[in-house]
Ligand binder design. Sequence first.
Ligand code: 16G
Ligand code: ZN
Length: 518
Amino acid sequence: AFLEKAVAVGKDKHPRNKNKHIQYGTAGFRTLAEELDHVIYRMGILAVIASKSRKATIGVMITASHNPEKDNGVKLIDCHGEMMPASWEKSATVLANVGDDELIAAIKSIFSAENIDCSEQLSQSLQDGVVVMGGEYIDFGLLSTPQLHYLVVCTNTNGGYGQPTEEGYYVKLSKAFLDLCQEQDSRSLKHYKKKLYVDGANGVGAEKLKLLLKHLNNLLDIEIFNDGTEGKLNYQCGADYVKVQQKLPLGMKVEGGVRCASYDGDADRIVYYYLDQDGIFRLLDGDKIATLVAGYLQDLVSRSGLDLNLGLVQTAYANGSSTQYITQQLKVPVACVPTGVKHLHHKAQDFDIGVYFEANGHGTVLFSDTAMKKVKEAKQGSSLSSDKRQIIVRLSTMIDLINQTVGDALSDMLLVEVILRTHDWNPGLWNKCYTDLPNRQLKVKVKDRNVISTTDAERKVVTPEGLQSAIDNIVSEYKQGRSFVRPSGTEDVVRVYAEADTQENTDKLAKAVGLKVY
Ligand code: 16G
Ligand code: ZN
């Protein structure tokens, strides 16, 4: 609403009617006073943006300084009384020179260049849309995506899933976590340490983690990096960066052997990692989390004596070793579906207990109504041995710990921590379950990514004709080679995935396949 008004008032009262380029120079804009009207109007706009972004007062000076009287000028003074940094000078120049109709786009680009949160205005637009239709809404302010999923289901089940408040979310998760930890408090732990480093991707997760931590009775000793006070959202940090680049996020200083985790911006993904004793970066991605969780639940179910089937859902991005480990070692059935949470979630509903994870760290566990009912009934049963009872109670508390609505970095983190603690594992022991095949992801810019269509859960290309057999030929030259290509659903690129016996071969394979796409 503000933005439209800014354009309207500008056009009406302070139009830019000369096409002359003007630049924010050494000390602001300087030119003939008669050419400055629209510039100064726009500096009013910029001043508000700057002040809001700094959460402080800034200054605007109108002066001809030492220049002749017919001249004038305008400059901004930053919050500590100094000149504005160069990036703002650039923004000022852009803003001063765009046409009246391009003002909105220019303002938006400043928001993004200066990493300013424009969600407040977008939130207002959303509310306008709701009110226009006669709708009602609750404004929860800033939340993680999974928190909103939780609140929606709580609201529609009249609290059956938990209290429909942000606090209710922390209470539900933390209570389950504390119960699960308490159960084994008396054991001495040799390998599991409560120290954990978390990279918040400069998104909403760090803030929410701080709130959650207040409920965890110091059972986790968490240090938070990239909490959004300084860095840019997802810039050289966050789950996607760590997963794809296979290295530590910006600014994280870690000691060998300490568990680390990265969330993504809206905290619906999480990946773990650590430096081993040789200082080598080791990734524990969505596949490693999936196998940890599925293996653990599988064991609980079998010891509980309940007749429940458990399955794991993956995508083509799942590391070949993980699929092999889960089917052959754990004997858990695996389904493969196309990329995207909706496909995984849907497929997971085929099982009594459906674990789904994308390699990128998005995933959760679904318990069918039958499963929930069986666990509940068993818990109420009177003829249980105390061993069995303990296992059933565990299973039941696990259900509370897991956010079944959607992948949730906070809930998944607590889940992983509980399991590692139960096994008394450090990250090295976790990582030893299976060894990832070296893998590489590339993106290729093409004219029209949609000429590529796929089948078999994106593992085979249908069109353009001949591409799949070309890929097959290349792959056949590599030991343990596997590769697929698919058009991205979120970016204008084609993605290439490859794995093989060594990193060098994998990189070669990815490149060769990429060239076929190009
Ligand atoms: C979206 C999906 C994620 C998927 C990614 C693939 C949801 C909530 N998120 O982020 O699951 O992995 O897209 O992106 O469905 P791509 O199509 O660009 O590879
Ligand atoms: Zn996300």
